[in-house]
Write a protein that binds this ligand. Structure first.
Ligand code: GDP
Length: 599
């Protein structure tokens, strides 16, 4: 068989020298060939593709136009990019399936400003209309009709519930009604609520409540709202401020109008023609009925008989009810329902989805269980000041989000200003919320939901906040000197802040008997006196109160011949330590892990 000819990629024009180089031939040889074909050309003369191709063929190669090769490469590259535009096309197609859905509204505001009263007033006046005698059940949400349009109200007022849900990765509401009592005005929690709604990107409608009261002063409140960038539309701003009275039920229709007006501008849509999914509003167990979950359908249509996974709960929907306790067969987007049929009650804020069958549901729950026991979770990854720069480099973060708590009003402005001034061309320092007082669980929830860091200036975290921060991995940094705070944040923005680590003893074992095993060496038969012995921790050996050796690797940890990852206090186990074969009875082994310290 003749040897296959080598293929050479030839440009449209090239010099004689380049042609020679391409064939690894001498230019003289090429020039001779050219002369043989009647072409006189000097070494630096350009020849066209056709001429070059003739010479190439005569010298035993195959010519191929470089242009074609390049076009093919471009085609391949385009093909590689195609999934992206296909995806966009698909998304555009998906969008055409989207339809408007009722807005979901939550009520926020300061305590005693009338959130509960307003929810009740709306429910009583609007729900009962045309539904005489209709008893509403508490299912975490209810719907009202206004001029043929539906609005869904979430029943749990306050931004705490709202943000806790966001911290679990779900956003329940599309619009926030901020209740401000006209006789009391803007209060700390009002400001907090505004910032929580803003951090969630949820538009705010203000309900100026208690206008029936003689000491109501709506104009003062409007001024306070303007100072917080919620300028009423009658003053030329963008915020709808509706005077209402939950007591006399005055202004409720106007409030509904305002909600619908705002919802028209917001992109409140869903695809009703797909399987149902959304968020859990509540989970509880009722005697005789088992686990009851109230769900807000956010997309698709949920049907009786569907198999649902909600957090770590799953099951087939046996029965489904609306807010009036009526059995229903299906529920579309923005509809609140309660369902029976789950194996356990899910948690508020868990997302739910419909699976193909029970098998798929079980598999999904199992994966989630494994993830939660190995510490992985689908919740947004917590951010620390130290890794901010790294994420910034990866273009994950272009904004450093901060929540600031200070001890006294006088420090608020200087602290906020000095931190905001650190904004530069690459990164913006954005303060989600700043206020006077201790760091609370609310602050942690907001940080967790938004990927923010909490800074306390002469302000400490309360116990609940500390616990919450540890469990969701939110970073709290406290300072008492302004320049130190600025310096550290500045360092973080420049990627110069090094994490600080500290050794922490997590377990203590007492050596009770020493065994010698050939090839393995010494095994210390031990009793765990305190904490946990972990296979992947480092070991420190103590004898008579003195450290003999430390930073040693645990080469094996066994319970009854079986390798285990950890052994808890009160249990016995066999421990071998890498490169340590001098155990005595009575020695102590400390198990040490290196932990990042949050300053
Ligand atoms: P929440 O803490 O924000 O849920 O406030 P509530 O709904 O519990 O109301 C606090 C107090 O204000 C209660 O005593 C209500 O009766 C009263 N209240 C609520 N709305 C109005 C109103 O429009 N007018 C008057 N006069 N009192 C109201």
């Amino acid at each position: 068989m003749p040897k296959e000819k080598q293929i050479l990629d030839v440009p449209d024009y090239m010099t004689v020298r380049e042609l020679a180089e391409l064939m690894h031939a001498s230019p003289i040889e090429v020039m001779k060939q050219l002369i043989a074909n009647g072409i006189m050309a000097s070494i630096n003369q350009q020849i066209d593709y056709d001429t070059a191709a003739i010479i190439i063929e005569e010298m035993g190669f195959t010519a191929r136009p470089l242009r074609e090769v390049e076009e093919e490469a471009r085609r391949v590259e385009l093909e590689a990019q195609r999934p992206k535009w296909r995806k966009e096309l698909y998304e555009a197609e998906e969008r055409t399936k989207l339809q408007r859905r009722p807005p979901v509204v939550t009520i926020l505001g300061h305590v005693d400003h009338g959130k509960t009263s307003l929810l009740d007033a709306i429910r009583k006046t609007k729900v009962a209309e045309g539904e005489a005698g209709g008893i509403t059940q508490h299912i975490g949400a209810y719907q009202v009709d206004h001029n043929g349009q539906t609005i869904t109200f979430l029943d749990t007022p306050g931004h705490e519930a709202f943000t806790a849900m966001r911290a679990r990765g779900a956003q329940g509401a599309d619009i926030a009604i901020l209740v401000v009592a006209a006789d009391d005005g803007v209060m700390p929690t009002t400001r907090e609520a505004i910032n929580h709604a803003r951090a969630a990107g949820v538009p705010i409608v203000v309900a100026l409540n208690k206008v029936d009261k003689s000491n109501a002063n709506p104009e003062v409140v409007k001024q306070q709202l303007s100072d917080l960038d919620l300028t009423p539309d009658e003053w030329g701003g963008n915020t709808l401020v509706v005077p209402v009275s939950a007591k006399t039920k005055m202004g409720l229709d106007n409030l509904m109008e305002a909600i619908l007006l705002v919802s028209e501008e917001a992109d409140i849509v869903a695809n009703p023609n797909t399987k149902g999914g959304g968020v859990v509003l509540e989970g509880r167990t009722e005697t005789g009925r088992g686990a009851i979950a109230t769900l807000l359908v956010q997309n698709g249509t949920l049907r009786r008989g569907d198999v649902v996974v909600a957090g770590l709960s799953s099951g087939r929907i046996k029965m489904m009810f609306d807010e009036r306790g009526r059995q229903i067969q299906e529920a579309g987007p923005s509809f609140p329902v309660s369902i029976m049929g789950l194996d356990t009650p899910p948690h508020a804020g868990d997302r739910f989805e419909v699976t193909k069958d029970v098998k798929e549901a079980r598999a999904l729950v199992e994966t989630r269980q494994q993830e939660s026991s190995s510490g992985e979770s689908s919740a947004p990854q917590a951010l620390t000041l130290e890794d901010f720069f790294r994420r910034m480099q990866q273009a994950d973060a272009k904004e450093l989000l901060l929540i600031i708590k200070v001890d006294v009003q006088g420090s608020l402005e200087p602290v906020v200003n000095s931190l905001e001034e650190l904004t530069n061309n690459e990164v913006k320092v954005h303060i989600l919320h700043a206020d006077v007082g201790n760091i609370t669980e609310n602050d942690i929830n907001l940080a967790s939901a938004s990927g923010a860091i909490v800074i306390g200036f002469n302000a400490e975290a309360d116990t609940m906040a500390e616990r919450a921060a540890a469990s969701v991995g939110v970073e709290i940094r406290t300072y008492s000197v302004i320049y130190q705070m600025i310096e550290e944040v500045q360092k973080a923005l420049k990627g110069m802040l090094d994490p600080v680590y500290e050794d922490k003893v997590i377990g203590l074992a007492e050596v009770r008997k020493v065994f010698k095993i050939s090839k393995v060496g010494q095994v210390a038969g031990s009793y765990i006196r305190d904490g946990i012995a972990r296979r992947n921790a480092k070991a420190r050996i103590l004898r008579n109160g003195k450290t003999l050796a430390e930073n040693l690797s645990v080469s094996s940890l066994k319970r009854f011949e079986e390798d285990v990852r950890e052994v808890r206090s009160g249990f016995e186990c066999g421990i071998s330590i890498d490169r340590f074969n001098d155990f005595h009875e009575g020695d102590l082994i400390e198990f040490v892990v290196r932990e990042r310290v949050l300053i």
